[in-house]
Design a protein around this ligand. Structure first.
Ligand SMILES: Nc1ncnc2c1ncn2[C@@H]1O[C@H](COP(=O)(O)OP(=O)(O)O)[C@@H](O)[C@H]1O
Ligand SMILES: [Mg+2]
Length: 367
C-alpha cells in the first residue's frame, strides 16, 4: 500500500524556480503521468520524490509519513531512467540481481528472482549477455526488470521510452501499462509526449513553467481543458486557436474571424463570454469540431464557413484537411479522399456547442 502526497512542494536552483507550489495526491495503485514541455520541471519533481534532489520547501509524504528526512535508499522506490543506467561490465542477470545483493538474500534466492523477472519481461534468453550486445528495446526491458525485481512501494519513470523508435515505444507503453495493472504498484511516469500521457495515465498532471496547470483523467483533460495551454498541448492533431471579435447583441452574437468570416454561437455561450469580459476571444477548434458540410445536413448558416482547401493529410481511416477560417488555418477531420488540396470554396460546419472558448487575455476557459 502506497499513497503519495505532495504539499506545496517547491524547488529553487539559485534564481531559477524549477517547481512552484505543487500539490498532488496519488492514490494507492494509481498510475499518474506528469507531462509538459521540456524544462517544465518534470524530472526535478520526480527526483525530489525519489530523494535524489532536496526540496526547497513543502512536504512529500508516503502513507501520511513525511519523507523529507528519509534517504533515497530507504524510500522503497525504484526509478527507471531514459538512458537505462545499466552497468556495462555486468551481464543482464548480474544487472538484474544487483539490487538484491544489498539485501539479505541467498545466491539461490537471488537467482530465482532474476529468473522470475526475466520470464515476465522475456529476457530469459539474454541473461548472460552484456548490455552492449542488446538492442535499445532489450536494454529498456533490463532497466524495467531492475526496478521490478526490487518489488518497491512506488515506481518512478523518467521518460523511459524516449530513446526507442516509434514502433517499439507503442509496444513498450502497453507492456508497462499491463505490468503495472497486474502489480498495482503506485507509479509516477514523466514524459513530454502527450500521446504517452493520454494512453497510459489513470490521471494526468499537466505542468508548465514548474506550475501545475491541470490534474485530471485523460478524458477530462481532453474534453475540459482549463486553459488554452492545456488545450493545445493535449490532443493529436493539436487543437488550433483562432482569435475572434465578438459582435452583435441580443439574440444573435457572432464571432468574427476576419476576412468577412464569422460564426454564430449559442446564446448561453455568448453570455458567458460577455460576462468574462473583453470584446474578443480565442476559439479552440479540434479537428473533430469541423466537418465537411454535405448538403443534407445543412441546418442553419450560422455555423458554416466556406474555405479553399490548403492541404490534406491522409491517415488511412480518416484525413485531416487544413482550411482557412478568417486569418487562421484550422483543421477539419474528413473522410479519406473527401477533399483535395486546392479544392475551392468547400463548406465546413463547426460544432459551435462543443468548440472551446478561451478568454483572449488570460487564456482561461470560458464555458
Ligand atoms: N541542477 C540544476 N541546476 C540548475 N538548474 C537546474 C538543475 N536541474 C534542472 N534545472 C532547471 O530547472 C528547470 C526544470 O528542469 P527539469 O526538471 O529537468 O525539466 P524537465 O524534466 O521537465 O525537462 C529547467 O529550467 C532546468 O534548466
Ligand atoms: Mg526531464
Amino acid at each position: 500500500m502506497a499513497e503519495l502526497t505532495l504539499r506545496a512542494v517547491e524547488k529553487h536552483f539559485g534564481a531559477v524556480q524549477a517547481v512552484k507550489a505543487v500539490d498532488l495526491d496519488v492514490a494507492d495503485g494509481e498510475f499518474v503521468v506528469l507531462v509538459g514541455p521540456s524544462g517544465c520541471g518534470k524530472s526535478t519533481l520526480l527526483r525530489m520524490i525519489a530523494g535524489l534532489e532536496e526540496i526547497s520547501s513543502g512536504d512529500i509524504l508516503l502513507n501520511g509519513r513525511s519523507l523529507n528526512a528519509v534517504a533515497p535508499r530507504d524510500r522503497d522506490m525504484a526509478m527507471v531512467f531514459q538512458d537505462y543506467a545499466l552497468y556495462p561490465h555486468m551481464t543482464v542477470a548480474e544487472n538484474l540481481g544487483f539490487a538484491l545483493k544489498m539485501r539479505d538474500l541467498s545466491a539461490s534466492g537471488i537467482d530465482r528472482k532474476v529468473r522470475e523477472v526475466a520470464r515476465i519481461l522475456e529476457l530469459d534468453a539474454l541473461l548472460q549477455r552484456k548490455p552492449r550486445a542488446l538492442s535499445g528495446g532489450q536494454r529498456q526491458r533490463v532497466a524495467l526488470g531492475r526496478a521490478l525485481i526490487r518489488d518497491p512501494k512506488v515506481f518512478l519513470f523518467d521518460e523511459p521510452l524516449s530513446n526507442l523508435d516509434a514502433k517499439l515505444r507503442v509496444g513498450m507503453r502497453m507492456e508497462i501499462r499491463k505490468l503495472q495493472a497486474s502489480l498495482r504498484t503506485t507509479s509516477i511516469y514523466v514524459t513530454h509526449d502527450q500521446i504517452e500521457a493520454m494512453t497510459m495515465a489513470d490521471r494526468i498532471v499537466v505542468l508548465k513553467g514548474g506550475e501545475v496547470q491541470q490534474i485530471g483523467t485523460p478524458t477530462e483533460i481532453y474534453q475540459r481543458p482549463v486553459n488554452s495551454f492545456v488545450a493545445t498541448f493535449i490532443g493529436s492533431p493539436p487543437m488550433t486557436l483562432a482569435s475572434a471579435a465578438l459582435s452583435g447583441d441580443g439574440d444573435r452574437i457572432t464571432l468574427d474571424f476576419g476576412r468577412g468570416q464569422s460564426l454564430a454561437i449559442p446564446q448561453e455561450r455568448a453570455h458567458a463570454l460577455k460576462k468574462a469580459g473583453g470584446a474578443s476571444a480565442q476559439v479552440g477548434l479540434r479537428a473533430e469540431h469541423v466537418e465537411l458540410e454535405s448538403g443534407a445536413q445543412s441546418r442553419s448558416e450560422g455555423d458554416v464557413f466556406v474555405s479553399d482547401v490548403v492541404l490534406v493529410e491522409e491517415h488511412g481511416a480518416d484525413a485531416i484537411a487544413v482550411v482557412r477560417l478568417g486569418d487562421h488555418e484550422v483543421l477539419a477531420r474528413v473522410r479519406p479522399g473527401a477533399v483535395r488540396a486546392g479544392d475551392k470554396a468547400r463548406r465546413f460546419r463547426v460544432d459551435t456547442g462543443a468548440m472551446h472558448l478561451f478568454h483572449a487575455g488570460t487564456g482561461q476557459s470560458v464555458v
